[in-house]
Design a protein around this ligand. Structure first.
Ligand code: ARG
Length: 576
């Protein structure tokens, strides 16, 4: 159920009946419950056109609009707002419909092809915290879009190509005299450092590294085999992280930079033929007047270096054309940190000028802030090194295990292990998902693992509370009577929230902002706790019909939390 869309429809019809066509129909959620749940605030803007006072227009709309089934009360407030108070009988009925629907009453959207470019680590090095956010947020966005019925095409645009591989392959070929690739590359960070030291200091090594680059680009078979070995082991490192994080990326989603190699020369010749790229000091560049500095100098976007080498930008142009033409992407979402915002802005301008995408296709860079340590500086180990993701995730599970063991519980050893995994991983993911993605956020073990506040453990716990309520009541959610009758204000508040799930998911799908869903689930869990205190279910003397109605509402809470957390990629538990 999308209450917002429904109200927009009804107000649109009313305005048409009053002879007003094509006016905006602004409906928003009310700030305070005493103003009802929704507010129409379009009357003020009509005053001029209708030559009437806004309040009179609002009165007229209230007379005209057909909301008897949905609203218990409409009132004109302030300069001409219309407050909508939702009707308990209607809400009860909508909750029943949601509860008996496997999709919880959430309609599918008209299907679109949506490319989501996320995770995309550089394979020359270990995956680091910078790739944690794109992986987690991207995976949640993908799940939401798929739930809405879209055809989502994951694109893991891995950095698997470039001059740095010359140095790495030269080093690897030496190492393979004594070791197998898996051992030699067991620590990519160390391996990279060793290769770099040799490159900087060892006589003749830099030349060999450059030879390898030339051979690799020339398609030399031996060199390619070595490269493939490297890439393969490095991908396996990423897969270990994906596995622990429980994200949905697989090998078939990989479309690394190397995949566009063949097409880069075409991109340049196309840009040149269209007069978009021009030569400048031996390089091929595009001048972008739309992004001029304050002195009017256009931004310079390099697409080919003077030596003939291609760049990150060239590959992104090739990727854009592929996604538009071959994948038919209605939307392309790219998740990287905010420092790349300018690059994607420029890429979009240049690509559109070149006709690499159709006008109606969107190119949406979704930036996010950095992950900071408790000291407010970029997240690093105590000695200043990069934090290995695998170790970070293991630590999360270990810490969660200790916390759960300290709490009152009747879990077996095996159950405890499972709970620790779900809570630990859930906490790390949720901490990231719940923050507005555009801001930096501070990584803090204590707050993310807290059982209070907007955290994964709090929501997972709220879910187990409902589950244990049903165990105590001896009621099976799957076969229980579904007869909801909303009477109390806590029931009303909870029901309104439950009916806003579709609106929230719609927002996440449009803006790629999972934190909106997190806030929503937190509100649902909190409203449930308030309802649970005020509206007893298992106490003596509660009428069976009242009890059943409240249990049914609680069941919808459990299903909403379960579905919402699943969309965020967070697992729920039966008990903890
Ligand atoms: N590999 C890049 C990095 O680690 C991210 C790639 C994002 N996707 C893209 N199409 N450029 O920063």
């Amino acid at each position: 159920m999308n209450i917002h869309a429904l109200l927009v429809n009804r107000f649109t019809e009313a305005l048409q009946e009053m002879g007003v066509e094509n006016a905006p129909v602004p409906v928003s959620r009310s700030a305070r419950p005493e103003f009802g749940e929704y507010q129409f605030n379009g009357a003020m803007a009509l005053a001029k056109e209708l030559r009437q006072k806004p309040r009179d227009i609002a009165e007229k709309i209230v007379e005209t609009v057909k909301l008897d089934d949905i609203a218990s009360k409409l009132e004109v407030a302030g300069p001409g707002f219309i407050n909508v108070h939702l009707n308990d009988a209607w809400l009860s009925n909508q909750c029943e419909l949601s509860l008996t629907d496997p999709r919880l009453g959430i309609a599918k959207s008209p299907e679109q092809n949506i490319v989501v470019d996320y995770s995309s680590p550089n394979l020359a090095k270990e995956m680091h915290v910078g790739h944690l956010r794109t992986t987690i947020i991207g995976d949640a966005v993908v799940k939401v879009l798929e739930f809405l019925g879209h055809n989502v095409i994951r694109q893991n645009h891995m950095g698997d190509w470039g001059t740095q591989f010359g140095m790495l392959l030269a080093h690897l070929s030496d190492k393979l005299q004594e070791e197998v690739a898996e051992t030699a590359l067991s620590d990519l960070e160390d391996f990279y450092r060793e290769a770099k030291v040799r490159f900087d200091e060892e006589e003749g090594f830099a030349d060999r590294a450059r030879e390898y680059v030339v051979k690799l680009q020339g398609g030399d078979a031996q060199c390619l085999a070595l490269w493939e070995k490297f890439i393969d082991v490095s991908i396996a490192h990423s897969e270990e992280v994906y596995d622990k994080l429980n994200v949905s990326l697989t090998r078939k989603d990989i479309m690394g930079e190397s995949a566009y190699n063949e097409d880069l020369a075409n991109v340049i010749s196309d840009l040149k033929a269209k007069g978009i790229a021009v030569e400048d000091q031996g390089a091929q560049v595009v001048f972008i007047p739309e992004l001029a500095d304050k002195d009017g100098n256009p931004a310079v976007y390099i697409v080919q270096k003077s030596g003939g080498g291609y760049l990150y930008a060239t590959t992104d142009l090739a990727a854009m054309r592929y996604r538009s033409g071959k994948l038919n992407a209605d939307r392309t979402l790219i998740l990287t940190d905010a420092r790349q915002a300018l690059h994607f802005k420029q890429t979009e301008i240049v690509g559109r000028k070149a006709g690499f995408m159709k006008e109606e296709q969107t190119y949406e860079h979704c930036p996010f802030g950095m992950m900071l340590g408790s000291d407010g500086k970029p997240f690093k180990t105590r000695t200043g090194g990069t934090v290995k993701l695998v170790e970070l995730l293991d630590e999360a599970v270990e810490r969660a295990g200790k916390l759960i063991a300290e709490r009152d519980n009747d879990l077996s050893e095996a159950e405890l292990k499972e709970v620790a995994r779900k809570v630990g991983i859930g906490a790390v993911k949720y901490a990231d998902l719940s923050k507005n993605r555009t801001t930096d956020y501070m990584f803090n073990w204590d707050s993310m693992l807290s059982f209070e506040g907007n955290t994964a453990p709090y929501l997972q716990y709220a879910y187990t509370r409902v589950k244990s309520l049903f165990r105590k009541a001896g009621v099976d959610m799957a076969t229980m009577p579904v007869d909801i009758n909303i009477v109390e204000k806590q029931e009303h508040a909870l029901a309104v929230l439950l009916m806003q799930f579709e609106e929230v998911i719609g927002m996440v799908s449009r803006e790629a902002t999972p934190h909106v869903l997190c806030t929503y689930l937190y509100d649902v869990a909190s409203a449930f706790m308030t309802f649970y205190e005020a509206c007893p279910m298992l106490k003596d003397g509660i009428e069976p019909a009242v009890r059943d109605s409240r249990l049914a509402l609680s069941a919808l809470v459990a299903k909403t939390l379960e579905k919402g957390l699943a969309l965020l990629g967070i697992e729920t538990l039966e008990k903890m």
